[in-house]
Write a protein that binds this ligand. Structure first.
Ligand code: SD4
Length: 345
């Protein structure tokens, strides 16, 4: 029989257990959210756009789509969307993917003539039974959905391509702009400044963005014109779910930039998320993934760049790259900044 004394002891015990649970619940729910992070300096303007949605209590999925549309539409940005540098045949081919907190995802690869491949990727996710549409199929779908057909090759990018044709040497450059920053510190170098200072174009960079909304849901988007002067039809990591982007709402989200072939080989963003699942911090998960790439081929890794960027469910974030010069941008209610990513070299 439960006497009065035992009953009181038991209630005190369960009461304290309940308050303990309440405390740990409060701690768990005190995640740093909403928050958005994205690759490179130009991620800052993209984050500002994403924040208009996140800061108003909107969905991470809407925020990442709106955010990456900023560099997609910016002709000065020659590595994403409109004004992107073309392939070796002079064709601007775009890659993009998007993923939400439920594991839904959509992707377009080698899409021409459309300013916002990320929005086409979202419609592939929402309106088709498929995950990926490529090339002409992706274009036909976009046109049927009412997207405008435009010429993505700006006179400036055409000029850089024609200059490149003189040597036709395919040689991905390691984040030139950021390496030039010491020589000419401006927040943005235009294409001709880059060309003059580096003796060649800035031939890759991608926007990858991951965000957590006020409800604690994660989403991500990744969009690029890929490696400049690539073979026609070449697809990098950016539109490949698991390589250029991965979201797992239980754990976190990751995205990548750099030489896509290397990221595909290790299914990089998925690897980073799985490392976070094992308990690694976002930065250490990114570092481990970078080490995996370098270990495979240390010699080759000396001349190429790969960077990962990750966010976990607590709103902690971090990045790591092979080479120095990889930067990323963060925006939350308490901070807005561009951070130099740590690197092996
Ligand atoms: C690609 N990962 O197409 C992209 C390019 C990039 O920094 O991110 N460069 O391989």
């Amino acid at each position: 029989m439960l006497n009065r004394r035992k009953f009181l002891e038991l209630s005190a015990f369960t009461g304290s257990l309940l308050s303990l649970n309440k405390k740990s619940w409060a701690r768990a729910s005190a995640a740093n959210k909403p928050i958005v992070i994205s690759t490179w300096d130009f991620g800052k303007d993209a984050n500002t756009e994403a924040w208009k949605i996140l800061g108003a209590g909107g969905k991470a999925l809407d925020a990442v789509e709106a955010g990456v549309k900023i560099p997609e539409a910016d002709p000065k940005n020659q590595s994403v969307g409109y004004g992107g540098l073309p392939d070796r045949d002079g064709r601007v081919t775009l890659d993009a993917c998007i993923m939400d907190h439920l594991g839904n995802c959509g992707s377009v690869m080698c899409l021409e003539h459309i300013m916002h491949p990320i929005s086409v990727a979202r419609l592939v996710m929402e309106k088709t039974p498929h995950v990926v549409l490529v090339g002409d199929g992706a274009l036909q779908f976009a046109l049927a959905e009412g997207f405008e057909k435009i010429n993505l090759l700006t006179p400036e990018s055409e000029k850089v391509w024609k200059e490149w044709l003189k040597t036709s040497k395919y040689e991905p450059k390691i984040n030139i702009e950021n390496q030039l920053y010491d020589k000419k510190p401006t927040s943005y170098l235009d294409a001709s400044q880059v060309y003059d200072l580096a003796g060649g174009p800035n031939n890759h960079d991608t926007i990858g963005m991951v965000a957590m909304d006020a409800n604690g849901n994660l989403s991500g988007a990744c969009t690029t014109s890929g490696m400049a002067f690539k073979m026609h039809g070449r697809v990098g990591d950016s539109p490949i779910i698991g390589a250029g982007l991965y979201v797992d709402n239980e754990v976190g989200a990751a995205t990548s930039t750099g030489v896509g072939e290397e990221v595909i080989r290790c299914v990089g963003s998925h690897l980073v998320v799985e490392l976070m699942r094992q308990g690694y911090s976002p930065e250490n998960a990114c570092r481990k993934a970078v080490e995996r790439i370098v270990k495979r081929n240390p010699e080759k890794a000396k001349t190429l760049q790969v960077g990962f960027l990750a966010l976990n469910k607590k709103g902690e974030y971090g990045a790591y790259a092979i080479q120095k010069g990889f930067t990323y941008a963060v925006k939350s209610s308490s901070e807005e900044k561009i951070i130099p990513g740590k690197s092996m070299v």
